[in-house]
Ligand binder design. Structure first.
Ligand SMILES: Cc1cc2nc3c(=O)[nH]c(=O)nc-3n(C[C@H](O)[C@H](O)[C@H](O)COP(=O)(O)O)c2cc1C
Length: 321
């Protein structure tokens, strides 16, 4: 594909791609990835030192995060003028190698791709209260379409569905609190504002969840802030599902999640994630029933609100293998 002796992916371009990859979301901001240049391809490995055995014993969250990073890499290749494809788990003997992203053809970036690619640096998790403004149906349809393009499904919940899912989040959260090692992991990944560039910073948590909060935020034990703003009364929630429940499906769901979040960002929305109901098997099954079947991979909240700005990431030399 490339002229012999000419490498499409030189060190500088590889660094650009890795920077984009690291902007993906990850459970507790563990940034559980390592990037490797293999010719013109980028391989993403799961970092075995950045696991959450109590919260995420199966590694689901790692694969969602790496799927999201792979989606950013695809956009990065598109910016370089290439269409890239993902090859999940390409080598049976390499158990930590999750995905290889490689260019397959020259490609002029489309306006839609450019719009979502431009949103990569702006997307971040916003756990604050949002405005009471409803999200227009056409914008929600664009998010549904984004999931669809990655062979996943996004179900936007009606008021009844939001009520049911808020119960499921609460049940799952209570179950997780009883799980051995869970609280210790939250403590371990919670950071002061001046702390290392990973984990979840206290100033991003808007304090501990209130008893009357409709959607129970994960309780990192952060000190309560002085803000008394109330959460929106009618939150806009959607559930991302895949057709299967295997690791290939999780990787696909990670790409779909990132496509949805970037599409939301590009439409002026802000977002936050609730994965407690995914982390508790019995609750996940109930969630599947609420959204009409499939394997739930994430609960996504979107709305309008004041942006924080990007969440810190480790420097790329720490994530290159
Ligand atoms: C698999 C997965 C699960 C997540 N679950 C939650 C969650 O339950 N609650 C939450 O507040 N954030 C959740 N997040 C968001 C992460 O905390 C967030 O992505 C991370 O702190 C990095 O921040 P950023 O999204 O602003 O870049 C999740 C992210 C991923 C990828």
């Amino acid at each position: 594909m490339t002229t012999p002796g000419i490498t499409l992916l030189d060190a500088e371009r590889f660094a650009e791609l890795v920077t984009l990859g690291t902007r993906a979301p990850s459970l507790h901001n563990t940034q559980p990835w390592l990037f490797h240049r293999d010719g013109d391809a980028v391989e993403v490995f799961a970092d075995p030192s950045r696991v959450l055995p109590a919260t995420d014993p199966s590694g689901w969250g790692q694969r969602i995060a790496i799927g999201a990073a792979a989606y950013n890499l695809r956009l990065g290749y598109a910016q370089l003028g290439w269409r890239a494809e993902t090859e999940p788990f390409p080598e049976a003997g390499e158990k930590h190698l999750v995905v290889r992203v490689h260019p397959v053809a020259e490609h002029r970036i489309t306006p839609a791709e450019r719009t979502v690619a431009d949103a990569i640096p702006r997307r971040h998790t916003n756990r604050r209260p949002y405005l009471e403004a409803p999200v227009p149906a056409a914008t929600l349809a664009a998010l549904v379409h984004a999931a669809d393009e990655e062979a996943c499904r996004l179900t936007v919940l009606d008021a009844r569905g939001v009520g049911e899912v808020s119960e499921l989040i609460r049940d799952a959260d209570a179950e997780l609190e009883r799980r051995r090692g869970y609280r210790e992991e939250l403590r371990r990944w919670c950071r002061d504002a001046g702390g290392p560039p990973d984990g979840v910073r206290w100033d991003r948590l808007t304090g501990r969840p209130h008893a009357d909060e409709r959607l129970r935020r994960r309780d990192f034990g952060a000190p309560t802030t002085s803000s008394d703003r109330r959460y929106e009364s009618d939150p806009c929630l959607a559930v991302l599902t895949s057709s299967g429940d295997g690791r290939f499906d999780e990787l696909r769901a990670g790409q779909a999640l990132q496509h949805v979040l970037l599409r939301a960002t590009s439409a002026g929305l802000t977002s936050s994630l609730y994965s407690q109901p995914i982390e508790v098997g019995a609750v996940r099954q109930r969630l599947s029933a609420v959204c009409g079947g499939g394997t739930p991979q994430m609960v996504v909240r979107v709305g309008y609100g004041l942006a924080h700005g990007p969440t810190p990431r480790r420097p790329i030399d720490e994530v290159i293998r």
